[in-house]
Ligand binder design. Sequence first.
Ligand code: GDP
Length: 297
Amino acid sequence: EVKKDDPQKEVIPLRPPVITVMGHVDHGKTSLLDALRKSSVAAGEAGGITQHLGAFVVKMSSGASLTFLDTPGHAAFSAMRARGAAVTDIVVLVVAADDGVKPQTLEALSHAQEAKVPIVVAINKCDKEDADPARVRQQLIMHSVELEEIGGDVQVVEVSAKQSTGLNKLEEALLLMSEMMDLRARTDGDAHGVVIEARLDRGQGPLATVIVRSGTLKQGAIVVVGHQWGRVRCLRDMAGAIVKSAGPATPVEVSGLRGAPLAGDSLNVLQSEDRAKKLAEKRQLIMEHDRLQKRNL
Ligand code: GDP
């Protein structure tokens, strides 16, 4: 973390925010993510990519970008946190305008508060006849959410994921929040990253979607990812295009690992294959030991 009065601050570049969508079941988290994915000016280039990679980037017309984690819900958020991977900078709390604040809305709220992650509220389904966004605002205020209208700093945006309305406003609100947070990360030096998702592809072998936290991940780098290791064979952005490198807050799909890591694993760059292999093997032994111990309990 960079201190406000640190003279070094200016040389550390700003980075995009990483955003997670949370809220009560059926309030429209998945629909909102779908609508946001399509709203990107770069969406045309992605041309019908439907594969689930765990994250996507919305490029705004201003040139700024927002990185969204594509796994809605607080289970994913908690699982990542439990593994020490606090990648989320901002939570979008989705509340359906017709249904209002529900138990899982409050659960999501407390998860965000515990993690000290600020929220932006998206009141969804505003296209519905029985939508009552004013009631939602009242409910949130009653639950001590400090909305802007009562002098707090929690922004509220009315949207319809179904009709794709209010999305620009939501993106602007997220950008504003991110600017207030002054999110920065160095781009020089070896990359540190976190695994969002991993899978085994028949053709390409183990693939991991990694969000770079700091530094720049380059093709050819020797990496340890959790209990796995490898040399980065190929990096692809979330639209499937091959890229040579990836900087902070950028999700990339990494190939070249010897096995699939786990979501929440951290990625580090090492100088030699020998060291990477030894470190991965050590971690595999520890994992196996822990597994056996749990079984014996
Ligand atoms: P999730 O469980 O929070 O991921 O919710 P979904 O995205 O699966 O949405 C639940 C239901 O609400 C689906 O039937 C959606 O079509 C519907 N829905 C989502 N967003 C909107 C919206 O903005 N307006 C309306 N009318 N329906 C919506």
